[in-house]
Design a protein around this ligand. Sequence first.
Ligand SMILES: Nc1ncnc2c1ncn2[C@@H]1O[C@H](COP(=O)(O)OP(=O)(O)O)[C@@H](O)[C@H]1O
Ligand SMILES: [Mg+2]
Length: 451
Amino acid sequence: MTRRLFWKLCAPLVLGTLALVWVVTFLGDETEQQMSFIAEQHQQTLKQWGDTAERLYRVGDEQALAVWLEELQARENTWAAVVRSDAQPLAGSTLSTQFQEGFRLGRNVEWKIHLYFTENPIMDLPFADGHTHFLVTLPQRMRPGTYLPEVKLLLKLALPLAVLMLLASVIYHYLMGPLRQLEMATRAFSEGNLGVRVRAQFGNRSDELTALAETFDRMAERTGDLILTQRRLIADLSHELRTPLTRIDMALSCVEEGIDTQHFLPRIRRECRLMRSLVEDALTLAWLENEQPSLDQDSLDLTDLLDSVIEDARYEYPQHCLDVDLPHQAEISGSSHRALAQAVENVIRNACHYTPAGGHIRIGLRPEGEGYRLTIDDQGPGVATEQMELIFTPFYRTAQARDDRPDGHGLGLALARRQVEAVGGKIHAENLAEGGLRMLLWFPASRPAPP
Ligand SMILES: Nc1ncnc2c1ncn2[C@@H]1O[C@H](COP(=O)(O)OP(=O)(O)O)[C@@H](O)[C@H]1O
Ligand SMILES: [Mg+2]
């Protein structure tokens, strides 16, 4: 699924916000409801006032009732009165029970108070006779909901703030966890720990961040390989250069001392040539490995190319018998003449070199699949099966080759493989049943256009 991270972040955000809105509304209504009632102790006080008024009224001492009312009004800074509420039906009419029950002068002390009215409500405490009432405007000190604005502010501001901050922190940690692991891996990699990988640390997680981790791992794999290959190449190259340099040194000392100049000068030249070819091959190899270029600019005829390489080989190895079977024409496009010529030349030279004088080398080219297959069979010693892949690694030479061919440096096949791959082809080796080595190369007739 694409945009996994989007959905993963979207779900808690949307659900969290909806839940928050719901909770805030619910709590707001609930607290307002709870805070709209007169406190229990005030209800008691009001009832006591009602009782006192009723007692004084019953005694019939109007004077004392008036004094008490006066005093109460002054003390509580409010209005209080004792009133009759007789609704006397006249002319034979009757009052419905609904009217009698609903007829009220003020509000019962247990009822909810409307907090949005600025004026305090009048409380009604009916006497036992049913038509006399003690009425009092609720004193300010008994008005409920004193802290309602603060509580509402807390609910509408502080609660969402806290919840959203919590949500943000969860999301932050969800994103930052993997990013921090990536950062640590990048730092470790830059400090030289080439083996560091991150994807495994993410466990079962699967989203854009794991894709990033996979890309990092691929990058680390490729860059790490490249760095190691380059290191090995430099070490091997330095090692390989040491031998001809020592020989040049010795030859120069002899020349300086005037010993057999005729013999040593050509030797110095030969060593220089060897070193140059070694350095050039190593540079080409490093370039092919670093850049992994796609060499696809040339169109060529493989038959022509092979003809000229074979002609050179015949000239160089006159005692060998080269049996050649090539088609009349083998056009290929999107390739590289230079890379192919060098690769094929290396392989044919090897075949000639490892085949004893007078031996046969069979070279055959024929169409196969969407390209051409080139086989080069020799009558040399072949290669031990376990070394069959190793001969394609730079500077690798079998022990026998080291003794037989001191001028080889083991770059030929490594270079050939990378050159063949750079034109979209393949190369591998196998031993022949009758002895000798077979090199198998395949080249595409044309390359698909790059995306
Ligand atoms: N035709 C062959 N027969 C036997 N061994 C071979 C053949 N070609 C290559 N090899 C082995 O593979 C090694 C690598 O070959 P190469 O890269 O061309 O290096 P070099 O020819 O400089 O030794 C050789 O040293 C040799 O041991
Ligand atoms: Mg070689």
